[in-house]
Write a protein that binds this ligand. Structure first.
Ligand SMILES: O=C(O)CCC(=O)C(=O)O
Ligand SMILES: [Fe+2]
Length: 346
């Protein structure tokens, strides 16, 4: 199959063998992951080993948090943090071409101590979380974060094997990664009207592990058609992001996706598995073919920060005020995936 693959559904890969040592079983999973990453860029992952209570507790914590009055939630407003953590109110995030929607979010990542050297030095993505004062929230959300990051490490090993490398090939780049977990809430909205192409994007990291409570996710296939990806109970939706596309010089695809505007209330929980902030990601020699273009190298954290700064109002204001400067190499939004390839009009 090729990039013109007109898939209409996603493969399901059971990754339980990645937690074991049977080389044959591991290789089989790696081959399935590799197929999905090359041909589609999206898959369902089962056999991840996470207890159902972790998902239930996360949804409960998010439901309780978003039900709080806005004043309460704004006590942990993301715009008062220097490392992009906290509450994202309605209207804060603006994607190019997006009409206003009622989405709100809460963003966190690894909870580093306040004396973390990178945080103290002003790193825009690393440091402590801004936890709300809500009983049980930190414990439940923190437990989910640790568990999903552990699944992420298993998957990273599987993708490394799929690329013909030792399972621990990427591990040296994952010591303190800015891997964000987002709690996203789309309230019931009887006025929601969908329009094709709104909100289409690729994810900026290595890969994403997504848990959602309702349909709405759509993925673009190789023929440029939007395919519905309904939640599969107990499974993660996993997709390749910009870093793995870069490392493999496009062999793995960061597939464009979007969330259809739906009237129904919806929670979505993407974990964006990343490598360390200062990791220079460049196409590996094994994936460079003579006569084929070589993707530009990126610094993982700078790419994430530059892309984030283009869609968050509080960061755009800092850029306009001259208090935040993006690296010269910052790419525009939509530089990856089929959308960039096919130059779909937005
Ligand atoms: O809500 C979803 O289903 C997906 C969200 C998403 O793609 C993202 O936050 O990057
Ligand atoms: Fe996404």
């Amino acid at each position: 199959m090729s990039k013109t693959n007109a898939f209409t559904s996603l493969p399901i890969v059971d990754i339980s063998a990645l937690r074991g040592t049977d080389p044959v079983a591991r290789a089989r999973v790696a081959a399935e992951l590799g197929d999905a990453a090359r041909n589609i860029g999206f898959l369902y992952v089962t056999g991840h080993g996470m207890a159902p209570s972790l998902f239930d507790d996360l949804v409960a914590a998010a439901t309780e948090f978003f039900a709080r009055p806005v004043d309460e939630k704004m006590k942990v407003y993301i715009g008062q943090s220097t490392n992009h953590r906290g509450y994202v109110p309605v209207g804060e995030e603006v994607f190019y071409g997006a009409s206003k929607d009622l989405k709100e979010a809460y963003d966190l990542a690894e909870d580093l101590p306040a004396d973390d050297a990178d945080y103290v030095a002003g790193n825009p993505m690393l440091g402590p979380n801004q936890w709300p004062e809500l009983p049980g929230f930190r414990t439940r959300v923190g437990a989910y974060y640790d568990a999903v990051m552990s699944v992420g490490r298993d998957l990273l090993h599987g993708f490394a094997e799929a690329l013909g490398q030792a399972p621990d090939f990427f591990d040296e780049f994952v010591t303190k990664p800015p891997s964000q977990l987002r709690l996203v809430h789309y309230p019931f909205n009887p006025e929601a009207v969908d329009a094709t192409g709104i909100g289409a994007h690729t994810d900026y990291e290595c890969f994403t592990l997504l848990h959602v409570t309702a349909p709405g996710l759509e993925v673009m296939n190789g023929a440029g058609e939007w395919i519905d990806i309904p939640p599969l109970p107990g499974a993660f939706v996993v997709n390749i992001g910009d870093m793995l596309e870069t490392w493999t010089n496009g062999l793995f695809t960061a597939t464009s996706h979007r969330v259809r505007k739906v009237q129904e209330e919806r929670y979505s929980f993407p974990l964006f598995f990343n490598v360390d902030y200062y990791t220079r990601v460049a196409p590996l020699p094994a994936f460079i073919r003579e006569g084929e273009p070589v993707r530009p190298a990126l610094v993982a954290g700078e790419h994430l920060h530059a892309q984030t700064a283009q869609s968050f109002t509080y960061l755009r204001k800092r850029i306009e005020a001259g208090t935040l400067k993006l690296p010269e190499s910052a790419l525009g939004l939509s530089s990856f995936g089929q959308e960039a390839r096919q130059k779909i009009a937005r």
